[in-house]
Design a protein around this ligand. Structure first.
Ligand code: NAD
Ligand code: LMR
Length: 328
C-alpha cells in the first residue's frame, strides 16, 4: 500500500455528521495508519465554524493526519482527491420524507459532480451520504462524464448496520455472527432489508427467526423507518451513526469486504436482479482493491421481488423528477 497521504474530501464538514466523521477519519479509522489529508468543503457562511472544528482536529494531535485544507470553492478542495465523501446537504425535519429534499439538495450535486470531473484524481471514488442519497449520487455521476460510473456510490451502509443490529437483538447473536445482510433499493422508507439471504452463525436468518410476522411487521419497518424515529427522538437526524457507516462503507470499498461476507452499497445498476440499468440502487456487493461487484445468483422469491420492485419504482420516479428539474 502507498504511504503517500490519501486525499479525502468531505463536504458539509461543519455539519453534524462532519463533526463526528472528521475525527474518525483523522484518527486512522479509514486508512489504518496510512496518512490522510483532509480537504473540507463548506458554504461561505459556515467557514468560520469549520475553522473551529479544524482547531479541534489540531488539538487532537492525530499521528495519521497529514494536513487539512478548508474552503468554499469545490474545484480547489476537490483538486487531486482520491476519495470524496459528499455529506453536505440539508437534512429532513420531522414529517418529511427524504425525497422531499430533491429540489433543495439536487443542485448541490450537479456543481460538485462537475467540479470532481474537472479536478479529482484519476482513481477517485465518490460516496454520497447527503439525502436523498441515491438520486444525489445519480446527479453527481451524470454531471461527471469522465469519471467511470462504478466510482459513484450512495450510502445504504447505515441501513445495513441497522438491520444487523436489529437481527442480533432478536436472535441474541453477537453482531459478528450476522453475515450476508442485504439492503435493496433506495435509502428511503421503501428500502428492503432482506433476511432471506442473511445468515446468523452460518444458518439462514429468516429460518432461524422463524417468525414471518416479526420479519414483515417489525423488522422491515423498524429498519426502514429508523431515520425518522431518530429525528423524532433526537430532534435532528442521525449523525454519529451516519458518520460511522460512511467510514465503514469507504473502508470496505477501498480496502475490501470480509472474506465470505458481503456488504450493501447503492451503485449504478448494470441491470442485475431486474433493476433498470443506470439507477443508483442498493445491492449486495463484495469489494476488493477499490472495486465492487454485485453478488450474483441469489434466488428472489415473490415476497422479495415485490419489495425490490416497489423501491426501484421510487428510484425511477426520483430520476424522472430530477430530469424534469434539469439536474441530469
Ligand atoms: P447538517 O445540516 O448538520 O450539515 C450539513 C452541512 O452541509 C452544513 O454545514 C451546510 O453548511 C453544508 N452544506 C450545505 N450546502 C453545501 C454545499 N453546497 N457544499 C458544501 N457544504 C454544504 O446536516 P447533517 O446532519 O450533517 O446531514 C447531512 C446530510 O446527510 C443530510 O442530507 C442528511 O439527511 C444526510 N444523511 C444521510 C444518511 C444516510 O444514511 N445516507 C444518514 C444521515 C444523514
Ligand atoms: C437516516 O437514515 O438516519 C438519514 O437518512 C436521515 C434521515 O432523514 O432519515
Amino acid at each position: 500500500m502507498s504511504s503517500a497521504p490519501l486525499k479525502v474530501a468531505v463536504t458539509g464538514a461543519a455539519g453534524q455528521i462532519g463533526y463526528s466523521l472528521l475525527f474518525r477519519l483523522a484518527s486512522g479509522a479509514l486508512t489504518n495508519g496510512r496518512p490522510i489529508e483532509l480537504r473540507l468543503l463548506e458554504i461561505t457562511p459556515a467557514l468560520k465554524a469549520l475553522e473551529g472544528v479544524v482547531m479541534e482536529l489540531d488539538d487532537c494531535a492525530f499521528p495519521s493526519l497529514a494536513g487539512v485544507e478548508i474552503g468554499d470553492d469545490a474545484e480547489k478542495i476537490f483538486d487531486g482527491v482520491n476519495l470524496a465523501l459528499l455529506v453536505g446537504a440539508r437534512p429532513r425535519g420531522p414529517g418529511m420524507e427524504r425525497g422531499d429534499l430533491l429540489s433543495a439538495n439536487g443542485a448541490i450535486f450537479t456543481a460538485q459532480g462537475k467540479a470532481l470531473n474537472a479536478v479529482a484524481a484519476d482513481d477517485v471514488r465518490i460516496g454520497v451520504t447527503g439525502n436523498p442519497a441515491n438520486t444525489n449520487a445519480l446527479i453527481a455521476h451524470k454531471n461527471a462524464p469522465d469519471i467511470p460510473a462504478e466510482r459513484f456510490s450512495a450510502l445504504t451502509r447505515l441501513d445495513h448496520n441497522r438491520a444487523i443490529s436489529q437481527l442480533a437483538a432478536k436472535t441474541g447473536a453477537p453482531v459478528t455472527d450476522i453475515t450476508k445482510m442485504t439492503i435493496w433499493g433506495n435509502h428511503s422508507a421503501t428500502q428492503y432489508p432482506d433476511l432471506f439471504h442473511a445468515e446468523v452463525a452460518g444458518k439462514n436468518a429468516a429460518e432461524t427467526v422463524g417468525d414471518q410476522d416479526w420479519l414483515e411487521n417489525t423488522f422491515i419497518p423498524t429498519v426502514a423507518k429508523r431515520g425518522a424515529a431518530i429525528i423524532e427522538a433526537r430532534g435532528s437526524s442521525s449523525a454519529a451513526s451516519a458518520a460511522s457507516a460512511t467510514v465503514d462503507a469507504a473502508r470496505d470499498w477501498l480496502f475490501g469486504s470480509a472474506e465470505g461476507d458481503w456488504v450493501s452499497m447503492a451503485v449504478v445498476s448494470d441491470g442485475s436482479y431486474g433493476v433498470p440499468e443506470g439507477l443508483v440502487s442498493s445491492f449486495p456487493v463484495t469489494t476488493k482493491d477499490g472495486d465492487w461487484s454485485i453478488v450474483q445468483g441469489l434466488d428472489i422469491d415473490d415476497f422479495s421481488r415485490a419489495r425490490i420492485d416497489a423501491s426501484v419504482a421510487e428510484l425511477a420516479d426520483e430520476r424522472d423528477a430530477v430530469t424534469e428539474l434539469g439536474l441530469i
